[in-house]
Design a protein around this ligand. Structure first.
Ligand code: ADP
Length: 271
């Protein structure tokens, strides 16, 4: 009887414990979701006034050109620079908040990722030229995949922009796109390799964390927000892919992304 009674109490206690913990969890989960929604809404609402402020400054700069002193012109220039940073920060926060609350809303379209990369490299070439950095592309003629073209472009932009930012003049940045098979799955293997400053081993685990930035002064000089790589990771994961880094301090870094070519709906058979 004693054994049966204690078993009975144990079962009742476990059931009560289970429901109590669930009940306790619900408000926490709800408040977390509300917080994510709040960040998403706030970022969305902040975009318009920031754009209005930016264009107003441009109007003042253009119309009052001969009336304003060189000091005021410099102040205007700095204000525009800060507004640009704020707009980027707000956009980045919006992407991350959306990916937290409802997951990134991805399109599932068919596109040639090589031509996407070629176009992006053409548009980023002036930035590379100004930093005296050579850009290379190693890719087949075509590589068709399913996914969200704009998001993949954004992911590649983040990696390329970083590679250029963190590579001193005279360096090289190489983008590679290949089709690989891993555990019977066809994947896009995208990598961005630079000959830049590299990332200390102890920081490599943390660079995908939100707001993480390497050496403070170095990052401030480059004007980053510390959100780029966490967005790149969200985009790769939303495509059921992954991202990793290998780097040697002083000699360069390679960021590699694997994404299923068949997209989330796994249209591999068609590819
Ligand atoms: P940030 O806006 O600061 O560039 P990211 O999230 O894109 O933010 O990167 C986080 C940190 O990772 C950077 O501050 C930098 O220290 C490091 N990092 C990223 N890419 C590179 C790279 N290609 N070479 C060296 N360090 C890098």
């Amino acid at each position: 009887v004693l054994i049966v009674l204690s078993l009975f109490f144990l079962i009742v206690a476990s059931i009560v414990g289970y429901f109590m913990s669930r009940k306790a969890m619900i408000p926490i989960v709800k408040s977390y979701t509300r917080q994510q929604e709040f960040v998403a809404d706030a970022s969305h609402e902040l975009r318009t006034p920031l754009s209005v402020l930016y264009s107003s400054l441009e109007v003042i700069e253009a119309e009052e050109q001969d009336k304003i002193s060189s000091f005021s012109r410099k102040v205007l220039f700095d204000m525009k620079d800060e507004l640009k940073r704020m707009k980027k920060l707000v956009n980045d926060l919006l992407i991350l908040a959306r990916s937290d609350s409802e997951g990134l809303d991805l399109l599932n379209e068919t596109f040639d990722v090589v031509s996407t990369a070629e176009k992006l490299i053409r548009s980023i070439q002036p930035l590379a030229n100004s930093g005296q950095i050579q850009l290379h592309l190693a890719a087949p003629e075509k590589l068709i995949m399913y996914g969200d073209q704009e998001r993949i472009r954004q992911l590649l932009f983040i990696l390329l922009d970083n590679a250029i930012k963190y590579t001193p003049a005279g360096g090289e940045v190489t983008v590679s796109l290949h089709r690989v098979t891993k555990q019977k799955k066809k994947l896009l293997c995208l990598s961005v390799k630079d000959t830049g400053i590299g990332i200390p081993l102890e920081q490599q685990k943390r660079i995908f964390d939100r707001f993480f930035r390497g050496d403070k002064d170095r990052s401030r000089q480059t004007g980053g927000t510390g959100l780029g790589l966490s967005i790149a990771k969200s985009i790769a994961e939303a495509h059921q892919g992954s991202i990793e880094v290998s780097s040697t301090e002083g000699s360069g870094s390679t960021f590699t992304v694997w994404i299923p070519l068949g997209g989330r709906k796994d249209k591999e058979g068609d590819i």
